[in-house]
Ligand binder design. Structure first.
Ligand SMILES: Nc1ncnc2c1ncn2[C@@H]1O[C@H](COP(=O)(O)OP(=O)(O)O)[C@@H](O)[C@H]1O
Ligand SMILES: [Mg+2]
Length: 313
């Protein structure tokens, strides 16, 4: 057993100033231009956070992000300083006593000013892209080939940005709107970097029998202007991973991670998919934990319990 999984965490309690509780991460100020990002075990479906946490989920998201960023060494700059608990305590001694509350699920990162555009790359037409294509024949306002079916592979991966909504749903925007918001140079840079990291990720997942259908990246600027890849990277929460052996265009695909939760919720006749959400039965929680652990193992080739975080810097 690893040191983080004694209890699942719905809301972390860490003795630092809390800056933000997101859907999944609690973000604390460490000072000196750094943040502690604690991935909780919160799970959402149909845009609501469910009452039960999924044990080990936060740890999977954090360690998988570290594994991907290690594989991207030399490709682009990123925000991760460390996710090794000993290194984090060395750098932030005030965290020593509360170690059980954050170890293994947390990243020490450079604090940035996030770019207010979500950098989505799609290799397949699914989700909100499928909805738009079916209605308009476009993706983010730009024409796509005719006759695509749901979940079909696109001729080439497409940068398909969206607004980073503070509340409510993100909205797909055309590339021209990114240029207007951020300027030509930055817009092109974000697109190029996003496509590069998508191609990197898709090639690696493919070796493990997983299709990277789409994924979302975030970028931020450090005080000196340096552009960094931030947030989580190529995790099941930020990406659609599909089992390649079950892939069948023309329909929605099963999800490798949250399918037990979705199946359970879809099977309910008395919940209208708006808050408050229903309780998840124990077996659904257990099956979902197993899915997250399985994805981690399939991608990294290592059991989460055996995984030692890579060293950065
Ligand atoms: N290095 C960073 N500097 C500043 N903000 C960051 C950094 N990395 C991630 N973030 C922000 O922290 C938040 C992560 O919490 P999360 O639960 O994923 O939030 P959300 O509900 O917005 O997805 C996001 O708002 C993300 O933009
Ligand atoms: Mg997020």
């Amino acid at each position: 057993m690893s040191e983080s999984d004694a209890t699942a965490v719905l809301e972390s309690q860490v003795p630092l100033p809390l800056l933000h509780r997101g859907k999944v991460r609690d973000v604390y100020d460490v000072g000196d231009g750094r943040l502690l990002m604690v991935a909780s075990d919160r799970v959402s479906a149909f845009d609501v956070i469910l009452p039960q946490p999924i044990p080990r989920k936060g740890e999977v998201l954090t360690q998988l992000t570290a594994w991907w960023l290690d594989s991207l060494d030399g490709v682009l700059d990123h925000h991760l300083l460390s996710c090794d608990p000993d290194e984090i305590v060395d750098q932030v001694p005030s965290l020593r006593e509360s170690r059980g509350a954050w170890a293994r699920r947390s990243m020490l990162v450079y604090r940035t000013e996030p770019v207010l555009v979500e950098c989505v790359v799609r290799g397949y037409v699914s989700g909100s892209a499928w909805k738009e294509y079916r209605a308009e024949g476009t993706l983010a306002g730009e024409a796509l080939p005719e006759g695509l079916v749901e979940s079909q592979k696109l001729p080439v991966p497409i940068f398909s940005p969206s607004t980073k909504a503070q509340t409510g749903h993100d909205e797909n925007i055309p590339f021209s709107s990114v240029v207007e918001r951020l300027g030509r140079e930055e817009a092109h840079r974000l697109r190029d970097l996003s496509l590069t990291v998508y191609e990197h990720g898709a090639a690696i997942t493919k070796e493990h029998g997983i299709i990277l259908a789409d994924t979302k990246f975030e970028f931020g600027h450090q005080a000196d202007g340096r552009l960094l890849l931030i947030d989580e990277v190529l995790t099941p929460d930020s990406s659609r991973f599909w089992p390649a052996d079950l892939y069948e265009p023309g329909q929605g695909q099963p999800s490798l991670d949250k399918q037990p939760v979705r199946d359970f919720l879809d099977g309910l006749t008395d919940w209208d998919k708006s808050p408050p959400p229903p309780d998840l039965p124990d077996h659904v929680v257990r099956e979902t934990t197993d899915r997250y652990l399985e994805i981690f193992k399939r991608l990294t080739g290592t059991d989460l319990d055996e995984f030692r975080p890579p060293r950065f810097g």
